[in-house]
Design a protein around this ligand. Structure first.
Ligand code: AMP
Length: 426
């Protein structure tokens, strides 16, 4: 029988990578919290309708990429492909909506998209993000970007650029959409199938096209910012002013429209120089003022971003390696097992990381394993130690050995660990 392997497009997060990811999330939560954001967790699955209505049934995500299944009573559920619609649903459904706006929320967790797996693209991936809900002030858009920017700086991630655009709102977007249609109308035959389809379904998405034939026509395409209504133009200027106040450099990118339907006005992405093509975005976000109503709740304008943690971790400098255990406690005889377990527990309570090796394997084998574990010391307990209620402690880097009372072991291990840390610095 062939061994069972993990599903295509998924990844096992082995300890080193998981630690890097958890470290990135912890840094993100800490920075978001310093801006007043508090963490929220929503279910991993939701009613399919939430995404169909919220994200939009003309989008690639909803049309082609959702993990949708009926549950045992026939309800259609979907593994969340993104977390803005769920967070907004949770906001609308809970006492959060009674708090003074904006309500600032952060989240991290797995998302699911049935996408073609590739470098930096998975079917289960992880996002860290924030949402600021209940406030339409343009300065809030810059605040959300500042959280992301400070977070990337904290992770030591360079080579990034902020791409900014405004895609207008229900008032001014129709004229822009029409201008796009008029621009492409004489050249439909030149467009590839997918872009013709985009033009028919969701014309703004054609700005995203990477097709060389379309690219040629895109060179002279109308720009959203020339079509903005006075309110949207004002908002776009305020976002830029606030970004300058935060000293965050940005590039206006007329072709940045983003894949989800709910965005209005500000859209942004952060790109990294090492990420190529369609996968160059570390994260993206924008304003979604009409989303709450689409979900059936009272108006709650908002803005947020979501960052792909796999991509962030791939590009951030490696974090401090995981610390090895400080001490291995070995029993040399079966009669010493009880004392060895007691000592291991006592050392753990004293705050040390301890491996307890009390199986029937020979002491020689245990010592060899201890050397490979990276621990600083080994505590050996045999019959003599049981009789004298002492422990033999050996420092692995030098071979020094001392016999101590059980209560003294923690202090000695810690002293050796501190000494090696100082030696490491020299
Ligand atoms: P989106 O919601 O599509 O704008 O995605 C926001 C961010 O999530 C992207 O910029 C990526 O960093 C990340 N992301 C989106 N889809 C995937 C995927 N299939 N695999 C890994 N990361 C992804």
């Amino acid at each position: 029988m062939p061994p069972i392997s993990r599903p295509r497009g998924t990844e096992d997060l082995l300890p080193a990578r998981l630690a890097a990811m958890a470290g990135a999330v912890a840094a993100g939560m800490r920075i978001a919290n310093s801006f007043g954001y508090r963490e929220i967790a929503t279910p991993i699955f939701e009613s399919t309708e939430l995404f169909v209505r919220g994200v939009g049934d003309t989008t690639d995500v909803v049309r082609r990429e959702m993990y949708t299944f009926p549950d045992r009573s026939g309800r259609s559920l979907t593994l969340r492909p993104e977390n803005t619609a769920p967070v907004l649903r949770a906001f609308g459904e809970s006492s959060l909506r009674e708090l003074p706006p904006p309500v600032r929320l952060s989240y991290a967790g797995p998302m699911f998209r049935y996408d073609r797996p590739g470098r930096g693209r998975y079917r289960q991936f992880h996002q860290f993000g924030v949402e600021a809900i209940g406030d339409a002030e343009a300065e809030l858009d810059a605040e959300v970007i500042a959280v992301a920017w400070d977070w990337l700086a904290d992770l030591g991630l360079g080579g990034i650029s902020l791409q900014l655009n405004s895609i207008g709102d229900a008032q001014c977007r129709p004229a822009f959409r029409q201008a796009l249609l008029d621009h492409f109308a004489p050249h439909l035959a030149q467009l590839p199938e997918l872009d013709r389809e985009r033009l028919a379904r969701n014309p703004l998405r054609i700005l995203d096209s990477k097709d060389p034939d379309t690219e040629e026509l895109l060179a002279t395409v109308p720009r959203t910012r020339d079509f903005l209504c006075p309110e949207c133009r004002d908002a776009f200027e305020r976002v830029q002013l606030a970004l300058r106040a935060y000293r965050i450099p940005f590039q206006i990118n007329d072709r940045l429209v983003r894949g989800l339907d709910y965005y209005v006005r500000t859209t942004f992405e952060v790109w990294h120089e090492d990420l190529q093509g369609a996968q160059n975005a570390l994260f993206g976000g924008g304003r979604y003022d009409g989303l709450s109503e689409l979900l059936g709740y009272p108006a709650a304008p908002g803005v947020g971003f979501a960052a792909g943690l796999e991509r962030v971790v791939m590009l951030a400098p490696p974090p401090v390696p995981l610390a090895p255990p400080q001490v291995v406690v070995c029993s040399a005889q079966e009669t010493a097992v009880g004392l060895a377990v007691d000592l291991a527990q006592r050392l753990r309570r004293d705050g040390l990381a301890v491996i307890c090796d009390v199986g029937r394997r020979s002491l020689k084998g245990k010592m060899r394993a201890a050397e490979r574990s990276g621990a600083g010391a080994v505590a050996i307990l045999g019959e003599d130690e049981v009789k004298s209620q002492r422990v033999t402690l050996r420092r692995l880097s030098t071979g020094d050995q001392v016999a101590l009372r059980l209560a003294e072991a923690s202090g000695q291990v810690r002293e050796w660990a501190e000494a090696s840390a100082t030696e490491g610095q020299l």
